[in-house]
Design a binder for this molecule. Structure first.
Ligand SMILES: [Zn+2]
Ligand SMILES: [Zn+2]
Length: 251
C-alpha cells in the first residue's frame, strides 16, 4: 500500500492511498486544480481514484470536492457531515451508516475502509482505518479534541497519520481570542503534541511502524517541538526512532 500525504495543515488536507490499480483519498481539502497538480507531481492519475472518504465538512477537508464531479468519484461521508457538504453530484454521494453505534465498513475491492468516531466541533466527524486485503492497517486521524479507547482500538496498525496540531503553551500565549483558545484546547478541538504523543505511546509496539505527524498549526506549533514531544514519549516506552519506528513531520 502506497501512502502519499498530498497536503496537510489548516490550509488543506488530503491523503492518498494507492493499491495495484487504483487509489483512494481521505479528504480533499485544497482546490481541485491544486489537488490535481499535487497528484500529477507524484505520478498519480486522478482517473484512478476510486473513492474519496471525508473526515468532516470543514473547509480544509472538503475544499476541493469538485474533483469528485469531474472524475465521477464516489464520496463517502457520515450522514451528519453531508449536512455541511454541498456541490457533490447526487449520484456520487454515499452515506456511512452505523449499526448498533458502530460504523459499517466499506469494501472497495482489495481494501476495506473502517470509519470510527472522532471528537471535533463538526456534525459527525470520523477518522478512518484503511485495511488492504493483504496487509496491516493504516489510520488517519485528523481533527479531534481527544483520543479515546474506542479510537485506539480502531487505529492499531502499521501506519499512523495523525494530527499533532499545537503546543498547549503556545496556544495559551497566542494572540487568539479566548473563545478560540478554549475551542482549540477543548475535547472537541484539536490534538496537542502531548495528546498525540500519549496516543502513539499506547499504539506503537516497536515493529517498525511509520508515523506521520500532520495538521500542525503554523502559529501554535513547531515541527521540531512536535517531533521531540512524540520521540520523548516513545523513548519512555523504550522505543527509538529509526530503529523501532519511523517518524516524519509533515509541514
Ligand atoms: Zn476541523
Ligand atoms: Zn482541519
Amino acid at each position: 500500500m502506497r501512502v502519499e500525504i498530498l497536503c496537510s495543515g489548516s490550509r488543506g488536507n488530503s491523503i492518498y492511498f494507492g493499491f495495484s490499480d487504483f487509489g483512494i483519498l481521505i479528504d480533499a481539502g485544497k482546490p481541485k486544480k491544486m489537488l490535481e497538480k499535487l497528484m500529477l507531481e507524484k505520478g498519480i492519475n486522478p482517473t484512478t481514484i476510486k473513492a474519496i472518504c471525508i473526515t468532516h465538512s470543514h473547509g480544509d477537508h472538503i475544499g476541493g470536492l469538485s474533483l469528485a464531479n469531474k472524475y465521477s468519484i464516489p464520496v463517502y461521508a457520515t450522514v451528519g457531515e453531508w449536512k455541511g457538504i454541498s456541490g457533490v453530484n447526487d449520484r456520487l454521494q454515499r452515506s456511512l451508516e452505523t449499526r448498533y453505534g458502530i460504523y459499517e465498513p466499506t469494501y472497495l475491492g482489495g481494501v476495506t475502509v473502517h470509519p470510527f468516531q472522532t471528537h471535533h466541533d463538526a456534525y459527525e466527524p470520523v477518522g478512518y482505518a484503511v485495511e488492504p486485503d493483504d496487509g496491516p492497517r493504516a489510520c488517519v486521524v485528523f481533527d479531534t479534541g481527544k483520543v479515546d479507547d474506542d479510537m485506539l482500538a480502531m487505529m492499531e496498525g502499521s501506519i499512523y497519520i495523525i494530527e499533532a496540531n499545537h503546543d498547549r503553551d503556545m496556544v495559551a500565549e497566542s494572540s487568539y481570542p479566548d473563545s478560540v483558545k478554549a475551542r482549540v484546547l477543548s475535547d472537541l478541538g484539536h490534538l496537542s503534541n502531548e495528546q498525540t504523543a500519549a496516543a502513539l505511546a499506547e499504539l506503537i509496539s516497536g515493529r517498525g511502524e511509520q508515523i506521520y505527524l500532520t495538521h500542525l498549526s503554523s502559529s501554535n506549533n513547531l515541527p521540531a517541538l512536535a517531533e521531540a514531544t512524540v520521540k520523548a514519549a516513545l523513548a519512555r516506552r523504550g522505543f527509538r526512532a529509526g530503529k523501532h519506528y519511523h517518524l516524519e513531520v509533515i509541514v
